[in-house]
Ligand binder design. Structure first.
Ligand SMILES: NC(=O)c1ccc[n+]([C@@H]2O[C@H](COP(=O)([O-])OP(=O)(O)OC[C@H]3O[C@@H](n4cnc5c(N)ncnc54)[C@H](O)[C@@H]3O)[C@@H](O)[C@H]2O)c1
Length: 503
């Protein structure tokens, strides 16, 4: 057994033992006679469609309930499923109906982020196993509570970071952990992915079929109700519900970076700089106010003591890249680059996509490559059958640590977003920020990117976030009380996500 797996095994063996006691409910009353595991899928507009396909393609499962607070979305999906599966699932709008249903053994959820943890906790309290999309929580304390619920109720909780089941990434990480590129202490996660403005901030109608109270759930009910033009999906860029791209695409890469570096804890120092920039330039209107309030351009620096991670988010046009080093590493001149670069003493390893990794020697020549995807949902179902937490490729604890990277980076940004400064001020502060990156080089690359997109940085300044010190054991900032308040949120009854000791 590898060291990593051994550690995971020891950590989870107690929980696994209790999970065996609470073996799956195959064959209990209410379940159809076919002995398949009954599935409820929650939130099925976008990503939920993939969840449906995955369970339709697993002969061990049957989709029995579809939950969506948008009645039209739920019915459309049920119609499709009926054609493929024969059995039409029951459409419901309140997920608690699925949790009460004794024909349901496991749930998967692809709701907006602010619902993830509470959905998982309610499901596991009701004795269901749970596949929860990334980021597994909307804030740090929700992640801790979700882990506590999985352990207390002996349930399987898999996180939707599917790279964990990808052959290419599994083999690349093993290669690196066995010294394939020498000593590796630093990784750079990239999300260079165009995100256009979501339109003017305004007062938009809620679609007629949507139960907005249930959609809002653990978040406060806003007034105006919807400030974005498009109701579904674009909540990603409103912090009340989403976590920006650092917390959207980010958790896939922060997870691979943490996994590859062998980091099993939170960072101790965090700093983010950046902004939501460029949309006024694109609209040729200095007074344009976009509906989003998460950063579209960010650099987050995380210090883990002897290791370091940097995550770069770029949402403006990345069409033509003239970054020769990154072009070589990704073997692509396209500016769209989503992946992780690991810098070793003997070479460099790049996760180019979910199913492809490249190894470069010291002369930047390709020395090796890893290819192949995986079956993340099937891995979840297998663990639901084996009742062994260590069989899960992405147990909730991994998801929590990786989501927290995004949350901590965002908190630094939010704490400093009114601190608009000149590039030289950021440069001066970065000199004292502990990092294994060349902080100044990364800053200048970011400046170049913004300038290329027409952002005049003396007019539209970047924000310098708070330099935060974090105690990974206590999960508390040690130098900023206001930041501590952002580790959780104010909930409204009955959508209260309990603290870990109250699950
Ligand atoms: N793993 C991946 O590669 C991947 C890819 C895309 C999205 N995602 C994740 O999937 C999630 C959903 O993203 P999306 O783009 O599909 O969003 P979306 O807004 O298009 O869909 C969300 C759906 O959830 C429904 N919903 C909201 N609250 C609900 C509730 N309380 N109960 C039941 N349904 C509810 C909405 O009505 C909507 O139909 C996000 O968390 C995202 O991060 C993961």
């Amino acid at each position: 057994m590898s060291q990593l797996n051994r550690r995971r095994f020891l950590k989870t063996s107690a929980a696994a033992a209790s999970a065996v006691m609470a073996a799956p409910a195959i064959g209990r009353a209410g379940q159809s006679a076919n002995d398949k595991l009954g599935v409820a899928i929650i939130g099925v507009n976008g990503r939920g469609g993939e969840h449906i396909n995955e369970f339709l393609n697993d002969e061990r499962t049957e989709i029995r309930v579809i939950v969506d607070v948008d009645e039209a979305v739920a019915n459309r999906r049920c119609d499709d499923i009926e054609k493929k599966q024969g059995l039409r699932p029951k459409p419901v709008s309140d997920m608690r109906r699925a949790f009460e249903d004794s024909s349901i053994d496991l749930i998967s959820t692809a709701t907006p982020n602010h619902w993830h943890a509470l959905t998982g906790i309610w499901a596991m309290q009701a004795g269901k196993d749970a596949y929860v999309e990334k980021p597994v929580c909307h804030n740090v304390y929700e992640g801790t509570a979700l882990i506590a619920a999985a352990r207390k109720y002996g349930r399987m909780c898999q996180v939707g970071t599917q790279c964990r089941s990808s052959k290419a990434v599994i083999e690349a990480v093993a290669f690196m952990r066995n010294g394939g590129i020498g000593e590796v202490k630093f990784a750079r996660g990239l999300c260079y992915k165009r995100r256009k403005s979501i339109g003017q901030r305004g007062d938009y109608a809620i679609p007629a079929n949507v139960n907005f109270d249930m959609w809002s759930g653990p978040a406060t009910l806003t007034d105006p109700k919807c400030t974005r033009e498009k109701f579904h999906y674009d909540w990603h860029w409103q912090r009340h519900y989403g976590n920006g791209d650092l917390g959207n695409q980010g958790p896939h890469q922060t997870d691979v970076a943490r996994w590859g570096l062998g980091i099993d804890t939170h960072p101790s120092t965090i700093l983010t700089y950046g902004g939501r920039l460029g949309y006024q330039v694109e609209r040729n209107d200095p007074n344009y106010v976009d509906g989003g309030d998460t950063g579209n351009t960010e650099v987050s620096i995380y210090d883990y003591g002897d290791k370091c991670m940097v995550f770069e988010t770029r949402g403006l046009s990345v069409d033509d890249s003239d970054d020769e080093e990154l072009n070589t590493l990704f073997q692509s001149k396209s500016g769209n680059k989503v992946g992780v670069v690991f810098y070793g003493t003997e070479g460099t390893l790049v996760q180019v996509s979910y199913e492809h990794c490249l190894v470069f020697d010291k002369d930047m020549k390709v020395a090796k490559e890893f290819k192949g995807g995986g079956e993340h949902f099937k891995n979840f179902v297998s663990a639901c059958q084996s009742r062994k937490v260590e069989d899960l490729n992405a147990d909730v604890r991994e998801g929590h640590l990786s989501a927290a990277v995004s949350h901590l980076g965002n908190i630094s940004y939010y704490m400093g977003e009114e601190n608009r400064v000149d590039v030289s001020d950021i440069s001066a502060v970065l000199k004292d920020v502990k990092s294994l990156d060349d902080n100044e080089v990364t800053l200048q690359r970011t400046v170049k990117h913004l300038t290329k997109n027409g952002v005049e940085l003396d007019k539209y300044k970047m924000s310098l976030g708070a330099l935060l010190q974090f105690d990974p054991e206590k999960e508390l900032f040690t130098n900023n009380d206001a930041a501590n308040a952002m580790l959780t949120r104010e909930y409204r009854e009955p959508y209260v996500c309990p603290r870990a000791d109250k699950v």
